[in-house]
Design a protein around this ligand. Structure first.
Ligand code: GLC
Length: 415
C-alpha cells in the first residue's frame, strides 16, 4: 500500500490557521493601477523610483490592520515585504537605500507589522518577491543573475534574523525566469537555520496551479484557482495547500477596478478551500497612505460575521472521506472528533413570493460512507435535524433558512 505522509506539527498548525489576509502594499499603491503598473505601463525605473519621494505611510497602522484581520476571523497576515518593483518595506540594513526607512516614511514598517501581529495573536507571514525589476532579473546575464541571488539571500536573511519568529515566507517570481539557477536549496536552507518552523511557500503561479516545486517547500499554491482534493499518497513529505485570491482583479490597489467579490463569494471560496483542507489567503490592496479601503473593509467584516457563526467548524477541522451531494462536504474536528456538514444551495423557507433562488432546494440530502450519527443540529440556530439511515450512510434533512436569513453556506454539527 502506498504511504500517505502525515503533516509535521508546524504544518498541522498552518492548516489550522485556515484563513489569512494577504496585503499588497508598496510604491505602486500611490498610483492606484495595480502592482504591475511599472511593467505594464513601461515606466522606466528612474521615473518609477520618483514615487519614493511621496511614500509617507502616513495612514499605515499595523495595529489596526492586525485588529481588522482578527475581526474578520483571519488568523494570519501575509504582507508584501518586497514586491516585483524591488522596493522593501523593511530596513535593508545597508544592502541599498531603496526601502521604507530611507523614504519619507522613515520607518521600518515590517518591524511595526510583526509587533502588531503578535500583540493581536495574528501570525505574521512575509511575502517576498524573487524577480526584481530594479535589478533586471528577467533579462540580465547569468553572472549578474548569480549576484542577484546573493542579494536576494542576504535580503531574506535580514527578514529571518531581525524580526523574531515568523509564521513563514511566501516567495513569488521564480516563474519569471524558468530554467534559471534560483539556488532554492541555498535560500531554503538559510531560512531553516534561522526559522526552523517557518512555512516556506513559493508561488507556482497562475499557470501552474497546484504544482509541486522544490522538496523543501511546505505548501502548494492555487493562485486564484479552486484547490483540488489532494492526493498525497507516495509523497516523501506532507505538503499543505493554500489558495490565494484578491478582492478584485488587482493585488495592489486598482482605483478603477470595480470587479469586486461579494461576502457571499468570500464565504463560498473559504468553504471550497476548507473542503479540501486548503487555507484561504484573501488579498486587499491598501491605499497610497496604507489605509484599508472601505469596500474591502466592509466586505471582509461582513464575511467575518459568518466566520464567527461557523467558527467551531473552520479552523481545527480536516476533510473526511465520504460521499455528499453537490458541493456539500464534511469536516472532522481534530480534537473533539465532531463532524461538520457544510450545506450549499439552501433556499429561504416561506419565501415563494419574495426572492427567487435559482438552483436551491431543501429536503433530505444523502451522505454515504459514514456511520449513522446520533444527532445533528444547525450551528446558527441550534435546531435539530432529522437523520434517516439509508444504504451505507444516511440522509440529513436539510431545511432551508428561516425567513430573514441566508448564510450562503450553512453548517451543521453532527455527533
Ligand atoms: C502573481 C503576481 C503578483 C502577486 C501574486 C500574488 O504572481 O505577479 O503581482 O503578488 O500573484 O499571488
Amino acid at each position: 500500500m502506498t504511504q500517505i505522509p502525515t503533516p509535521a506539527p508546524y504544518l498541522d498548525r498552518f492548516e489550522s490557521l485556515a484563513y489569512g489576509l494577504f496585503v499588497h502594499w508598496g510604491l505602486y499603491s500611490q498610483v492606484g493601477q495595480g502592482e504591475w503598473y511599472k511593467k505594464w505601463h513601461n515606466v522606466p525605473m528612474e521615473s518609477y523610483r520618483e514615487l519614493v519621494k511621496d511614500f509617507t505611510a502616513e495612514a499605515f497602522n499595523a495595529q489596526a490592520l492586525a485588529q481588522f484581520a482578527k475581526r474578520c476571523g483571519m488568523k494570519y497576515i501575509c504582507l508584501t515585504t518586497r514586491h516585483h518593483d524591488g522596493f522593501s518595506l523593511y530596513d535593508t540594513r545597508g544592502l541599498n537605500t531603496y526601502d521604507a526607512p530611507h523614504s519619507p516614511a522613515g520607518r521600518d514598517l515590517i518591524s511595526e507589522f510583526v509587533v502588531a501581529c503578535r500583540s493581536e495573536g495574528i501570525v505574521p507571514f512575509f511575502y517576498h518577491t524573487t524577480l526584481d525589476w530594479s535589478r533586471d532579473t528577467e533579462t540580465c546575464d547569468d553572472a549578474a543573475f548569480a549576484k542577484y541571488i546573493d542579494y536576494l539571500v542576504a535580503s531574506v536573511e535580514i527578514l529571518c534574523t531581525q524580526y523574531g519568529e515568523i509564521g513563514g515566507l511566501w516567495f513569488d517570481g521564480n516563474w519569471s525566469r524558468p530554467g534559471a539557477d534560483w539556488q532554492e536549496d541555498r535560500l531554503y536552507r538559510m531560512i531553516r537555520t534561522h526559522q526552523p518552523e517557518a512555512i516556506i511557500v513559493n508561488n507556482s503561479s497562475i499557470n501552474a496551479l497546484g504544482a509541486k516545486g522544490h522538496p523543501m517547500l511546505d505548501v502548494i499554491t492555487y493562485e486564484q484557482g479552486r484547490p483540488e482534493p489532494m492526493d498525497r499518497s507516495g509523497m516523501s513529505k506532507y505538503v499543505a495547500a493554500e489558495m490565494c485570491q484578491t478582492m478584485n482583479l488587482h493585488w495592489g490597489i486598482g482605483s478603477r477596478d470595480f470587479m469586486y467579490k461579494s461576502p457571499a463569494e468570500v464565504i463560498t471560496d473559504l468553504a471550497a478551500c476548507r473542503r479540501v483542507g486548503a487555507n484561504y489567503l484573501l488579498n486587499i490592496g491598501p491605499t497610497a497612505g496604507g489605509r484599508i479601503p472601505p469596500y474591502e473593509q466592509a466586505c471582509l467584516e461582513r464575511a467575518g460575521d459568518w466566520v464567527k457563526l461557523m467558527e467551531s467548524a473552520l479552523y481545527d477541522t480536516r476533510p473526511v472521506a465520504c460521499g455528499c451531494e453537490g458541493r456539500d462536504f464534511i469536516l472532522r474536528h481534530k480534537e473533539t472528533g465532531k463532524l461538520y456538514y457544510f450545506a450549499h444551495d439552501l433556499p429561504i423557507t416561506n419565501n415563494d413570493h419574495k426572492t427567487k433562488e435559482a438552483g436551491s432546494h431543501e429536503g433530505p440530502r444523502r451522505i454515504t460512507g459514514l456511520d449513522v450519527p446520533s444527532s445533528a443540529r444547525w450551528l446558527d440556530t441550534g435546531e435539530e435535524m432529522d437523520i434517516t439511515p439509508e444504504g451505507d450512510g444516511f440522509q440529513l434533512d436539510c431545511k432551508g433558512y428561516p425567513y430573514g436569513s441566508n448564510l450562503v453556506v450553512r453548517v451543521a454539527e453532527i455527533q
